[in-house]
Structures are given as C-alpha cells and as structure tokens.
Design a protein around this ligand. Structure first.
Ligand SMILES: Nc1ncnc2c1ncn2[C@@H]1O[C@H](COP(=O)(O)OP(=O)(O)OP(=O)(O)O)[C@@H](O)[C@H]1O
Ligand SMILES: [Mg+2]
Length: 251
C-alpha cells in the first residue's frame, strides 16, 4: 500500500532548560486518513513530541513537514498561518467558559491568533452551518446554546473536537483526549472521535495513556520511552513482549 505521507517528523530533538532530554532524534510519519497513537509511560515525551510538531515548544533540531511544507523553518507569521492546518486538542479542555457551545466551536475559525473579543463579530452563515453540522457528528447538537461551564467533561471534550475540526485541518494533533474523563465516558469519546476522524478522512496523531484504547482504535502505534521512539508499526504487531518493553515491566 502506497499512501501519501501527510506529516513527516525527522530526528526531532528537545532538551528542556532543566537539562532533561525529552526528545532524542524522534522520527514519525502519518499517512492520509491514518489514526496513529503515541503510547508510553508518563514522562516518555509524548506531549513534547506533539508540541514540537506545531512548535508550541521549539525543538532544537530536526524537521517537521506537513504536506511537504517545512514547519520548522517558518517565520512567526508564516507559522501562525500554517498552524491553522493543524488542529490541536488538549488534555485540559480549554474552552471559553462563558461562551456557548456554538460560540466555542466557532472560535476554531479564528485560528490561534483570534481574540475572544472577535467572537462577537459576525460569522459567515456557512461557518455557523458547519458548526451545527459538526456538533451533530460529535453528538453535542442538543447543547449548542448551553454555556461551556454547564457541560460535563465528555461534552466539553466533544466541543474541543468540533472546534478543532471546523478549521478543516490537514491533521489533528491530540494530547490525551480522554485521560481526565471517567473510563466509560473516555471510551465513548474516543469511539466518537475515531469515527468522526475516519468519516471526515482527517489523519490523527494522538497520545493515549490507556494502552487498551490505543490498541482498540489506532491503525499504527508509535511507542516512546525516555524520549526515544522504541517502536513504530501496525497495531497488530504490538504483543506482550513489546508492551513489557514499552511499559518497563517483567512478563
Ligand atoms: N516545560 C517543561 N520544562 C521542563 N521539563 C519538562 C517540561 N515539560 C516536560 N518536561 C520533561 O520532559 C519529559 C517528557 O515530558 P512529556 O510531558 O513530554 O511526557 P509525556 O509522555 O507527555 O508524559 P505524561 O504521560 O505524563 O503526559 C519529562 O521528563 C518531563 O519532566
Ligand atoms: Mg503528556
């Protein structure tokens, strides 16, 4: 199978000022429509990898290409523009509490530069229609006019997903989307998230704490340990031996 590469990460390195080597020459590829999970113990470097890809954290060396465009060489203005192509969904659902679900989804159209103030300007009718459509796909349409601070954790995470998707991103970078939810709710959110990404054909690179969720939903797995990639392959290749190596326990 010869699928197009959407995201290409080459030899990324990051050392935090504390001297901690969080990424050690990490390379990863994500192909079109692929759902790729990053797994590994706490502190392995999963969040750092995701943040270096869109340069929320600046890597000290290595390259990132998104559809052939080198993200790592862009100047700040070009980077702001390029980030619109990378939908981000974080562990902490950073919604604007006093805005409604609909308004929060629409903030996705503002990119990362938009001010909260500009939310009150007119949005295009087509954006509003798209927001309503996405809310239906992720299962929050009944709450469109509810304020964000009145939502449950699972509902909040779905708003975050719809907000990332309304940008029409070329890829979604997702950090632990379910780790702050009850396991059953987390499973539902992952299920809907996976279905939505596949339906829209958006490739996903997602860090997942719960290895069972990763194995259930991912097409491919990237495993990290102490800042290094120690495995990349199809989910079916992840066996007991691999898991014991990734999570550092004896079988
Ligand atoms: N802002 C920071 N400043 C200094 N060190 C950091 C910073 N962020 C992360 N680190 C260190 O870098 C390493 C990788 O951290 P990272 O957050 O990327 O791991 P993770 O795999 O996402 O872990 P978790 O599963 O707990 O979210 C850890 O040793 C961590 O202590
Ligand atoms: Mg993390």
């Amino acid at each position: 199978m010869n699928k197009n590469v959407i995201l290409e990460v080459e030899d990324l390195e990051k050392t935090y000022p504390s001297g901690e080597k969080a990424l050690n020459r990490v390379s990863v590829k994500v192909h079109e429509k692929e759902f790729v999970a990053i797994i590994g113990l706490s502190g392995a470097g999963k969040s750092t990898l995701l943040r270096c890809i869109n340069r929320l954290v600046e890597p000290e060396s290595g390259k990132v290409f998104l559809e052939g465009v080198e993200i790592t060489s862009l100047d700040p203005r070009e980077l702001r523009y390029a980030r619109r192509n990378m939908g981000m969904i974080f562990q902490e659902f950073n919604l604007v509490e006093r805005l409604t679900v609909l308004q929060n989804i629409l903030t996705g159209r503002l990119g990362y530069t938009g001010m909260v103030r500009s939310i009150f300007r007119q949005f295009h009718k087509s954006d509003i229609e798209r927001a309503v459509e996405l809310s239906e796909i992720v299962g929050i349409k009944p709450y469109l006019h509810k304020r964000a601070d009145k939502l449950s954790g699972g509902q909040r995470q779905r708003v975050g997903i719809a907000r990332a998707l309304i940008q029409d991103p070329k890829i979604l970078l997702v950090d632990e989307p379910t780790s702050s939810l009850d396991p059953a709710i987390g499973h539902d959110v992952m299920d809907e998230f996976h279905r939505t990404a596949k339906k829209l054909g958006v490739p996903v690179l997602v860090s997942i704490h719960d290895v069972n969720l990763a194995l259930e939903y991912a097409d491919r797995i990237v495993a990290m340990r102490d800042g290094q990639k120690i495995f990349e392959g199809n989910t079916s290749e992840v066996n007991k031996e691999k898991l014991s190596e990734i999570y550092q326990y004896e079988i």
